[in-house]
Design a protein around this ligand. Structure first.
Ligand SMILES: NC(=O)c1ccc[n+]([C@@H]2O[C@H](COP(=O)([O-])OP(=O)(O)OC[C@H]3O[C@@H](n4cnc5c(N)ncnc54)[C@H](OP(=O)(O)O)[C@@H]3O)[C@@H](O)[C@H]2O)c1
Length: 306
């Protein structure tokens, strides 16, 4: 049985990846920071990534056969306001973990972001030059670089995703679902384009890529792109909520603290070729989100925090 360390297991990606990995027969150990989860079907440890000097021993003590490093300061505004912490956690810690994984001779997957691109052209492939627009994106790009240097045979997975989270508020899907199901109007940006995967589809792809020993940089995104407004509408239609509550607007009209990249449509040909199959489209992802909603995933996740 493969023992898989998932950092950031209390995050949106980490918890869904951990549940998917357990279902697929992995022995999972998860790291958290400020939150402790209850009654999870995997072991946990608390590790603060900013304490760089503690990380090699923490990783060795976990005795994993592979690592998927999900933990990060993933809130753009928090990173913008705490650049030194963002540098330690998002840029330096991944390098220390990757170096330790290399010494241990185990695969290492670094989770990165579409936000490394400036969003001026869209259809970004792995060959395009990053140009981050905010502190979060700069620190994540620096994290990619520190991993590449420490352990060139790592897999760097750039991602964007939505899904059900522990506190029910982490993802864009939950933002639309929570507001629309309470009859509250929301803004939907027409000029902010992305290529999001449903987080459980992303989890499956990461496990597949890891088992196929992919190394280098890959784009893990939906094969389709759309605006955040259109995403809200797609979700409203599938959940039979009122799409007229979504007001179309431009990001310049919104009240956003941190600068964002606009056209983050992504080219996924490299990953599709490497895996030998198509990646999920938007409707497929929203369907699985709906299916997991009906199966009670939200309640299952909330119980881990109760
Ligand atoms: N959400 C997206 O659509 C998106 C898009 C592009 C890339 N990403 C990347 O995907 C990964 C997962 O994102 P997410 O949305 O799942 O994040 P999230 O829900 O905000 O969770 C962040 C996780 O990182 C942990 N963490 C934060 N600061 C830490 C620290 N100082 N030391 C140790 N652990 C720390 C948190 O632990 P506690 O909660 O226990 O404090 C939590 O488990 C990140 O690398 C992020 O950059 C996310």
């Amino acid at each position: 049985m493969t023992r898989l360390l998932i950092t950031g297991v209390s995050g949106l990606l980490g918890i869904n990846l951990a549940l998917e990995a357990v279902q697929n027969g992995y022995d999972v150990v998860g790291w958290t920071n400020s939150r402790t989860l209850k009654n999870t079907p995997f072991q946990q440890a608390t590790v603060a990534l900013e304490n760089l000097e503690t990380l090699p021993a923490a990783l060795q003590n976990a005795r994993p056969d592979a690592v998927i490093h999900c933990a990060a300061i993933a809130n753009l505004d928090v990173a913008e306001q705490n650049p030194q912490l963002a540098d330690l956690v998002n840029a330096q810690a991944p390098g220390v973990l990757a170096q330790t994984a290399k010494t241990m001779g185990i695969p290492f997957v670094q989770i990165s972001t579409d936000a490394v691109f400036d969003g001026s052209k869209g259809n970004y492939s792995e060959d395009d030059t990053p140009n981050p627009r905010n502190t979060y994106a700069q620190s994540k790009l620096a994290g990619e670089e520190s991993v590449r240097q420490a352990y060139p045979d790592s897999l760097i997975a750039r991602v964007v995703f939505y899904g059900w989270s522990l506190n029910g508020k982490r993802s864009l899907a939950e933002f639309f679902f929570n507001n629309l199901s309470q009859g509250k109007p929301v803004n939907g940006f027409k000029d902010s384009i992305f290529s999001p995967l449903y987080v459980r589809d992303l989890a499956d792809l990461l496990l597949e890529a890891m088992s196929k020993r992919l190394t280098g940089t890959y784009h893990f995104f939906s094969k389709e792109s759309l605006s955040k407004y259109d995403f809200g509408v797609a979700l409203a239609r599938r959940f039979e909520l009122d799409e007229n509550l979504i007001e179309a607007m431009q990001t310049s009209q919104g009240n956003l603290l941190t600068k964002r990249s606009l056209n983050l449509s992504i080219n996924t040909a490299k990953l599709q070729n490497a895996l030998g199959h198509d990646l999920p489209g938007i409707a497929e992802g929203v369907e699985r989100l709906f299916d997991d909603y009906q199966k009670g995933l939200r309640q299952q996740l909330a119980a881990f925090l109760a």
